[in-house]
Design a protein around this ligand. Structure first.
Ligand code: FRU
Length: 573
């Protein structure tokens, strides 16, 4: 047991003498009313701040027997006890305290993570059992298996104290729920284990992530870049911050580490905001993955390009380097697009030191719901992308009524076609196909497909419209406007409550080939062999399985899709 020598502070009783008393972390926890009463630990300015649920359970009688004195403050409605940092209270005592909190969090989440029923629940995309899912995290092939984590707030459809949910797969289609990988339990991540990437190092799976904490009623943000490791790929040990401080000239908005090998070094890329509110990449360098030195901020050549960049990725494909970034606050290329959060890729040139220059931004997805993607190198060398099918500011969707919101995109293989990234659904998706549906798409009006989950191909003629997920008064429209030479993806006639309703993609090709992946509440439209993709969540009634062609189309085929093994089922349900 770790022995803690705690310095009695005079905060509560100014007359009290200072003394030092050895005390274990479990003694401290008992003093605080037991593990279930300890909600959060923070560590601002060398002071130990512990949030409890119920102050009446805190054993004040122990104060005079040598326990640390505290001051009590209500922070956003929760009691926080501030102790002077006990002498000799070291990193491992803090981590031990974190693991006490983590055990409580895991038990609590297990008790509520039964998947809720919902007619909008995807049958083959990854969705959370309950609560809010956002970014995919730590997507990697490690020791013969694929691992995919995601940002998760299990208790409600809101953005709060994020966890890392964990799924594994052998085939990139069927995912198995694993125990929670990381919970917001420690002084460096108690307001959210934010996004990051994984690295496979022999037997060890390393997770680099951002620790998010908020201090006081002002919710001052403090950010560190942290490391957790696992030797079995399932249980993770947090090692704490590897980058505890901000680099010069950057606000606490610096996050989402991506680690890549570059020559003799490792580089860490972070999305960052400069103190003059420009989005940039921050680059760090390391030779052992534990000690990191700041290299530089990159991206000045992009000029004024949003007030913050999030979730970077970097990889080599077809002899060129590409970086992925999520710039916030850049101009949209269409009046229909009112959302500040964008996502796209740039060409990247790396110098020997690890400085990166970026050019030629292009959106990765021209649809409504695509953000914070990550890529990984599959066992066979393919570069595969998973994205968040959702957006940061939207939480009021029909599924939220049933207690869950957002999902991940279909996995997409990236290729470099003449310097541009092309995305196609991974080949494995075909394994979900049922028998091809015998179906002649004609102009006879509304026709019914058997299901909402399907994989469809069609060549649509200019001037034509395809309506999907349709019934009397609900449908999603995909139309080719001959005058503006654009494809319009329109979800006006759905159950949408917030977010844009139209997207427009300018197209100069004579032939428009569409491959459409559909699920209960989403459509992903791959245009001209994946040159463009438009992703959207589309909520319509369960029986809105109709299709209608207005105009001309050819080469139509459709395969209903089987469900994947339910990736939202937790092992305890
Ligand atoms: C992107 C993001 C990340 C952050 C995470 C928090 O959606 O804001 O920058 O790490 O979500 O959940």
């Amino acid at each position: 047991m770790v022995s803690v020598t705690s310095k009695v502070s005079a905060t509560k009783d100014p007359e009290a003498k200072s003394s030092t008393t050895a005390m274990s972390v479990s003694d401290l926890v008992n003093l605080l009313g037991g593990p279930a009463n300890v909600n959060r630990v923070l560590f601002p300015n060398n002071q130990l701040v512990i949030e409890v649920h119920d102050t009446s359970l805190v054993n004040t009688s122990l104060v005079n027997d040598g326990a640390p004195r505290y001051s009590l403050e209500e922070v956003l409605g929760k009691p926080q006890l501030t102790f002077d940092m006990p002498e000799h209270f070291d990193d491992s005592s803090l981590l031990e305290l974190g693991s006490v909190i983590s055990q409580q969090q895991v038990q609590k989440v297990d008790a509520v993570s039964k998947p809720v029923d919902c007619e909008h629940r995807p049958s083959w995309h990854i969705s959370p059992p309950q609560g809010l899912l956002n970014d995919p995290n730590g997507f990697i092939y490690h020791n013969g298996e694929y691992h995919l984590f995601y940002q998760w707030y299990p208790y409600a459809c809101v953005h709060k104290d994020k966890y890392w949910a964990h799924l594994t797969s052998k085939d990139l289609i069927n995912w198995e729920w694993q125990p929670l990988a990381l919970t917001p339990s420690d002084w460096f991540d108690s307001h959210g284990v934010f996004s990051g990437h994984a690295l496979s190092q022999g037997e060890q799976l390393m997770l680099f992530y951002t620790g998010n904490t908020r201090f006081g009623n002002q919710r001052d943000r403090h950010t560190t870049q942290c490391l957790a490791v696992s030797n079995d790929g399932i249980t993770f040990e947090k090692l704490g911050p590897v980058i505890p401080k901000l680099p010069e000239g950057v606000t606490p908005h610096i996050r989402d580490p991506k680690i890549v090998r570059h020559g003799e070094h490792w580089l860490m890329l972070l999305g960052a905001q400069t103190t003059d509110l420009k989005g940039r990449l921050a680059i760090y360098r390391s030779s052992d993955l534990h000690q990191w030195e700041f290299v530089s901020l990159c991206g000045d050549e992009m000029g004024d390009f949003g007030y913050m960049w999030e979730c970077p990725d970097l990889f080599e494909l077809g002899g060129e380097h590409f970086a992925i970034v999520g710039p916030q606050g850049i101009e949209s290329d269409s009046a229909y697009h009112t959302i500040p959060h964008h996502n796209g890729y740039v060409k990247a040139e790396l110098d020997l030191e690890g400085k990166i220059s970026l050019t030629d931004f292009d959106n990765l997805d021209k649809g409504f719901d695509f953000y914070a993607p990550q890529t990984m190198l599959a066992a066979d060398g393919r570069r595969v992308l998973s994205g968040w099918m959702g957006l940061p500011d939207e939480i009021n969707h029909p599924s939220s009524d049933n207690g869950w919101v957002h999902q991940l995109t279909a996995l997409r293989e990236l290729t470099n076609r003449n310097g541009r990234l092309v995305q196609t659904p991974i080949a494995e998706i075909a394994t979900l196909r049922k028998e091809k549906q015998c179906f002649t798409l004609d102009n006879s009006g509304y026709q019914s497909l058997c299901d909402k989950a399907f994989d469809m191909s069609v060549v649509l003629e200019w001037g034509s419209e395809l309506r999907l997920h349709a019934k009397a008064d609900q449908y999603v429209s995909i139309r080719l406007n001959e005058t503006t030479r654009s494809l319009v993806f329109d979800r006006t006639h759905t159950l949408i409550r917030e977010g844009d309703t139209k997207r427009e993609l300018l197209l100069d090709s004579e032939k428009v080939e569409l491959r459409i992946l559909s699920d209960e509440s989403s459509l992903e439209i791959f245009v001209n062999g994946g040159e463009f993709v438009l992703t959207g969540r589309v909520f319509t009634d369960k029986d809105a399985t109709g299709i209608e062609l207005r105009g001309g189309a050819s080469d139509f085929e459709v395969y209903p899709l089987n469900a994947a093994s339910a990736p939202f089922i937790s092992s305890l349900s």
